[in-house]
Design a protein around this ligand. Sequence first.
Ligand SMILES: *Cc1c(COP(=O)(O)O)cnc(C)c1O
Length: 388
Amino acid sequence: MRFLDHIQDSLARHVAAGLLRRPRTVTGPQGPVITVDGRTAICLCSNNYLGLADHPAIAAAAQVALGHLGYGAAASRHISGTMDLHRVAEARLARFVQQPRALLFSTGYAANTGAVQAITGPDAQIFSDELNHASLIDGCRLSRAQVHVYRHRDPGHLEQLLVRQRRAGVPALILTESVFSMDGDLAPLVVLRQLADRFGCGLVVDEAHALGVLGPSGRGLAARDGIIPDLLIGTLGKAFGTAGAFVAGPDDTVRLIENRARSYIFSTAPSPSLAAAALAAADLVEHADDRRATVLRHSERLRRELRALDYRVLDGETPVLPVIIGAPDATMILSARLLDLGVFAHGIRPPTVPAGTSRLRITPMATHSDEHVDAALAAFRAAREQAR
Ligand SMILES: *Cc1c(COP(=O)(O)O)cnc(C)c1O
């Protein structure tokens, strides 16, 4: 077999399993209504919860930085790539999550793989929620630590594992998302904090889908629940509407990550315009109580009315509404039908979610109007009727 034959074999297996991904193309800005593959549609599948991705104040801040500094950061942070705007953004983000220090990364994927690898190692133990994001799982793999996976949001199971497996004297982490990306449910952070303290573990919380949306001034679920993680990870590509990510924690923890995270050290620093955008976004997010209330109101209504239309929507209190379909093909057919009806709700399939739970992950935005939600629900009703 030639090399290309192996490639074609692998692709054919993807196609046969209904798992081939072919992203649609958006023309124009990321707003509540977008043009996707040339068609106008209400966007119900972005992570742009607060509708800030096309906010003029963020674009203006990035443009000012671009005008003064150009685009490139020219090197990794440890060589000549650390610019004053990176430092200013880090101080601002640390203040936002009320942690002593923060460190900027180019992406959340890099932050998670780098941070987990940096603060553990082959001698460590990691207790990890079974639905954690791929980037956290890859961080565990890179660390070569001993990984114990506990059942999703099940502190009883975690406690059993800690009692049986926790080895005294070795470093250990409990690793969780706060709002789970694909199910939209919440980690029991207060109990996780107690277990971490009792068993001498660090608690690492990925707030990707909570930051900007939950908690006082959008500070996240840890802030809402009144607990302090040993390391908080925030992404800037979701509610913040920009790109990049940060880790935040005590000075020594962040300094170790700065010195050991391979995705941080061996990577060009983020553009200074990204740091400028993050700064502008932090100011907007902090004062976005109206937007938070609107997106949560739309979420609550969609959850209730989609259920009334006989869709299977998982429980929750966040703007992530998983509409479970099951088979990947059926999921993509429904998604295509909805696009014909003017709603963009992309299908989510394995390996992003467990087999048999392919779904539409519905996410409203603060910038949707009540009329957008009306129209979206009408499309879901029509799609349901077409399927009968
Ligand atoms: C999106 C996401 C990430 C990755 O962040 P990017 O900035 O998009 O790379 C990490 N963790 C969770 C839970 C996410 O949903």
